[in-house]
Design a protein around this ligand. Structure first.
Ligand code: MSP
Length: 549
């Protein structure tokens, strides 16, 4: 089938765009927080593909480490059995949420073991590791080492009180570790990292995270213990098999593995794909991605990624204090993705989290707000425009869209004015991850089209046979605005957009670039129209769950 928008088929690649999510621990089911990182990356990946980039979108699972081994033991399984049993929950949720990843990496895969071992060899050869003894505190749930100073800061007089100190971040009990370990010479990278931050002001966004990380680096860096011996669920060092790789060291390398690192047969792919353009991470894991990871890459003689976007946490209102608090299973305030999908549908879910929850800061979420955004944008504005327009087409043009008259594309109209220039405004916001502002650009066109129905009054024109040509122009313009809006909304609501394109007789698969698709006047018309059911039925108060308000 030819591309619906009538442009030349086939994209003009703007080059490689490699985007990643964090790889998720398999110790628990995916939740709204992990799904959030994944959808943020998916929307960007879909946008980049449509914008002509040769996109590679990676997600996957972090399967090693003490936390995963403990969960396996608690379930009476071997760690590998436990990991295997957790994979379907992630894959199924990503499929349901229309996640368009190109690869799914698991750190227990052989390709990853090979890549991590290759990385070890390179670091050894370049002199950035040495063997020593580690004695200190470790947080198993966070898989993080803490210095005595950090621990004392968060646990006043814990020794005198005879208490086990708790993690400075998650406040869960720490464990004392004393073992032989290989160390990574992180301390040698203070200056190179500061220089990198000075030269790449956009390396880490938002600015607040960048400032935090830079002042952390300025405070001085200590060498990092990066192997474990008292514990074996990890990747063994090729030259010292009593040691397994520290889980974060192992996990970060996944980004290299997926594009062929250490595989002589994939050397071209690796050269083409690396460095990654964007890592999406939560603000809790910036130190790993923005201090340790670039230092590891520099040590291995590899370029650092172009950009790290650190999003905030999803917050829910505490019913007692009225304050927003981080949503998490341990606090018992987590909303399951299923609850939101049941309420909003997958399209509404994606739209709400991407458009209403700002990515840089923490975002308070509530069912009331979800219903409000869904009703305003999707049911009242978008759904309504589509259904009114298609109903009128079906009625006035015998089940079809009107054919494009010879001057329709050039004839001045408010919709034409609004649609022109939409690409530049939208693409700038999308590339900055300002999804709310990007969607607002499209919603302006949608609102303009709804107003146009009121001002151009096709329902009155239809009563006067002398106005037939004007009626055809008005209706054609409305369908053209719908075609363009559907394409620009597709990174957020891919299925609903495909459905709208199908209902106006276009190819639901968008095969041209956004820039090409947005050109006003490409819609030829005279296509069969399908009225179909309401795309976004309105929600009312009685449908809202009231558990997590
Ligand atoms: N396995 C590591 C990442 C290794 S990447 C080389 C990890 N996994 S995680 O499963 O614990 O968390 C993954 C992501 O989910 C993090 O980016 C984290 O910020 C995000 N979220 C977890 N809870 C969250 C919220 N309540 N809100 C938004 N995102 C949060 O860390």
């Amino acid at each position: 089938m030819a591309c619906g928008c009538g442009c030349s088929e086939g994209k003009t690649p703007k080059g490689s765009y490699f985007i990643t999510t964090p790889i998720y621990y398999v110790n628990a089911q995916p939740h709204l927080g992990t799904a959030y990182s994944t959808v943020v990356a998916d929307v960007q990946a879909r946008f980049r593909r449509l914008d002509g980039y040769d996109t590679f979108f990676l997600t996957g699972l972090d399967e090693h480490g003490q936390k995963v081994a403990d969960s396996a033991a608690a379930h009476d399984m071997t760690p590998q059995e436990w990991c295997d049993s957790m994979v379907p929950a992630f894959k199924e949720l990503w499929q349901e949420l229309e996640i368009s990843n190109d690869d799914f990496i698991r750190t227990t895969q052989e390709r990853h073991e090979r890549s991590v071992q290759h990385f070890w060899e390179v670091l050894k050869e370049r002199g950035y590791i040495y063997k020593g003894n580690y004695e200190g505190w470790y947080c198993v749930p966070d898989e993080t080492f803490f210095t005595e100073t950090d621990v004392r800061h968060a646990n006043e007089d814990y020794e005198e009180k005879g208490e086990t100190p708790v993690c400075p971040d998650c406040r869960r009990p720490l464990v004392r570790i004393s073992e032989q370990s290989w160390f990574f010479k992180l301390s040698e990278f203070q200056e190179p990292l500061l220089k990198m931050y000075a030269n790449n002001p956009n390396f880490l966004e938002p600015e607040i995270r960048r400032n935090e990380v830079v002042s952390f680096i300025e405070g001085g860096l200590k060498d990092l213990s990066v192997t474990r011996t008292t514990f074996d669920w990890g990747i063994p060092l090729p030259f010292d098999t009593d040691h397994v790789t520290y889980v974060w060291f192992d996990a970060l390398i996944n980004y290299l593995t997926a594009v062929g690192y250490g595989d002589p047969e994939a050397a071209d792919t690796f050269a083409y794909r690396w460095p990654a353009q964007t890592h999406i991470v939560g603000k809790d894991i910036t130190r790993f991605h923005c201090v340790i990871w670039p230092a590891m890459l520099m040590a291995a003689g590899l370029p650092v990624p172009e950009h790290v976007l650190a999003h905030g946490f999803l917050l829910v209102k505490n019913p007692v204090t009225g304050k927003g608090e981080k949503m998490s299973k341990s606090r018992g305030n987590a909303i399951a993705p299923r609850e939101v999908i049941n309420l909003l549908g997958v399209e509404g879910y994606r739209y709400y989290f991407m458009v209403d929850v700002a990515h840089g800061t923490d975002g308070a979420i509530s069912f009331d707000r979800m219903a409000q955004v869904y009703n305003t944008d999707l049911a009242n504005r978008w759904g309504n425009l589509v259904s009114r327009t298609l109903n009128m087409c079906a009625k006035y043009f015998d089940g079809k869209t009107p054919a494009r008259g010879c001057d329709f594309a050039q004839r001045p109209s408010v919709l034409r004015d609004r649609a022109q220039g939409i690409y530049e405004r939208y693409a700038t916001q999308m590339a900055n991850f300002s999804y709310g502002d990007a969607a607002a650009v499209v919603m302006e066109l949608v609102s303009e089209a709804n107003n146009y129905i009121e001002t151009a009054k096709p329902f009155s024109l239809a009563k006067d046979p002398e106005k037939a040509e004007e009626l055809a122009f008005v209706m054609w313009s409305l369908v053209e605005a719908i075609r363009i809006a559907a394409i620009f909304l597709s990174p957020f609501i891919p299925q609903a957009s495909a459905e709208v394109l199908r209902r106006i007789g276009e190819n639901p698969q968008i095969t041209c670039t956004l820039e090409e698709a947005s050109e006003w006047g490409l819609f030829g018309g005279d296509t069969p129209v399908e009225k179909g059911e309401a795309l976004f039925p309105r929600l009312d108060e009685s449908m809202l769950p009231h558990t997590a308000e």
